[in-house]
Ligand binder design. Structure first.
Ligand code: HEM
Length: 441
């Protein structure tokens, strides 16, 4: 394995920028902890489950989110659940966790099936569509329904554009070592501020309607409003809005990318699609799936796991060492950024033979239990495990089960979709799919 060379002080920042996914893959075999440098900042790459477990679990308190991430994300969602650390993070997490309790996931499931059926109504046999934007529209419905009990479909276009502009700017902030201060009115800043105002206005409307009309007390918005009315340190209106936005953004693109790429993978692997279709026919026989059916759909679960292995929407993670630390006998000075990539971890041939092959069967017989803890981690792990993991896994399975019972999706020939490692991993060009009727009986 190659060890990083690079210019002193400047280091490997440019090499990373050119090809972030290739960068992590290249150094994956170069040791448990590989020392690199990104323009003045020490960045240590972690390549083993033990090293990641050290950061996310064992020495969790010493590793808050790093400046790269905070610079990009605080501009969008302020200091909330995703960006904060320590007591603030803990309080927010406790506040919101009940919105994802098991009993409530059944409600998330019916929202997902309804959204999938609505989407199907607009599809015609033989009319091609681009999978990523279409799944973005579908998952916006799901996120709005599950988190806020709201229907935002009338504003989907406006919201989609604003979300895209905001994420583009966040990516720019992430990539730029010394961005201008936020008050300098560059064209980019102005576009970003306008898009952010749109998102704020939409969330404010949703909150306002709930305040007026009431609604469930146990979904995310219900819990936040209750916390605001409660004792202690109530959330300000801006904080409440930022938390709503955090969850909407965190849940929307990721789930859409997972769905779009799963549809493509199934389209291009007829044997996997046939196996899934057989399972759906046997268990559901054409009726709508519910959460209660999921334990009877193991192959569907394997498909989703394998899709998240090959195309993990959260393709990389990072933290900063607050105090000096030691990891796998390597000294980690205070201020060092530590980073790892699910894209690279999930392609380790020791755990996943023929790592580039889409083989849902590899997950049969409890592979996940036999793997080291962080060999497969599409949702991160430790106390900051994705709060929406259970909901997302359920939504993706139910949407796939609904869509696949109605159509086969034809992807034509052509190479695998190119992906862009932006804040989340997303398809770069289009993923054109053509629906073909299937008959179950
Ligand atoms: C955190 C992945 C869906 C909300 C995370 C993290 C990962 C992740 C890797 C950890 C980030 C870190 O610790 O640095 C994914 C993937 C998804 C998905 C792959 C879909 C396939 C969702 C959904 C929601 C959500 C549906 C909300 C409805 C969050 C939030 C956090 C988070 C709020 C921060 C949690 C905390 O720091 O306590 N997600 N996520 N995610 N995710 Fe997800």
């Amino acid at each position: 394995p190659r060890l990083p060379s690079g210019l002193p002080w400047v280091g490997q920042g440019l090499e990373y920028r050119k090809d972030p996914l290739g960068f992590f893959l290249r150094y994956a075999g170069a040791g448990a902890v590989v020392r690199t440098r990104f323009v003045g900042t020490a960045v240590y790459l972690l390549n083993t489950s033990d090293a990641i477990e050290h950061v996310l679990v064992k020495n969790f308190r010493n590793y808050p989110k790093d400046a790269f991430q905070k610079r990009a994300l605080e501009a969008v969602v302020g200091q909330g659940l995703f960006t904060s650390h320590g007591d603030v993070w803990m309080r927010r997490r406790r506040m919101m966790q009940p919105a994802f309790h098991k009993q409530l996931l059944a409600a998330h499931g019916s929202v997902a099936v309804r959204a999938a059926n609505t989407w199907l109504e607009s599809r015609r046999e033989g009319e091609s569509f681009d999978a990523y934007p279409e799944m973005m529209a579908l998952t916006l419905d799901v996120v709005a329904g599950t988190l806020f009990g709201a229907d935002l479909s009338a504003r989907a276009r406006e919201l989609g554009r604003a979300m895209e502009a905001v994420m583009l700017h966040a990516q720019f902030l992430f990539d730029t070592p010394l961005p201008l201060p936020a008050w300098v009115p560059t064209p980019g800043q102005r576009r970003f501020q306008a898009a952010l105002r749109t998102l704020h206005a939409v969330v404010d409307d949703v909150v306002e309607v709930r305040r007026r009309q009431g609604g469930p007390g146990d979904d995310l918005l219900g819990l936040l409003l209750e916390a605001q009315a409660g004792e202690g340190e109530p959330l300000t209106d801006a904080q409440l809005r930022d938390e709503c936005l955090t969850l909407m953004i965190a849940g929307h693109e990721t789930t859409a990318a997972a769905l779009a790429l799963s549809l493509w993978l199934l389209a291009r692997h007829p044997e996997a699609e046939a196996a899934l279709r057989r399972e759906l026919a046997t268990v559901l026989g054409g009726r709508e799936p519910t959460v209660a059916d999921l334990p009877s759909l193991p192959y569907c679960e394997q498909v989703v796991k394998e899709s998240l292995r090959l195309y993990p929407p959260a393709w990389g993670m990072s933290r900063v060492a607050e105090a000096a630390d030691r990891m796998d006998s390597v000294l980690v000075p205070a201020g060092t950024v530590v980073a790892w990539s699910q894209w690279a971890l999930h392609r380790d041939a020791r755990h996943f033979p023929e790592p580039e092959a889409f083989r849902p069967e590899r997950w049969a017989d409890g592979l996940e239990r036999r793997l080291p803890r962080f060999a497969y981690c599409p949702f991160g792990g430790g106390p900051r495990l994705c709060i929406g993991a259970g909901s997302a896994l359920m939504v993706i399975r139910l949407v796939l089960a609904t869509l696949l019972q109605r159509f086969h999706f034809d992807a034509g020939p052509g190479p695998a979709p190119e992906v862009l490692p932006a804040i989340t991993l997303r398809p770069k060009g289009g993923i054109p799919l053509t629906p073909r009727n299937v008959s179950l009986r």
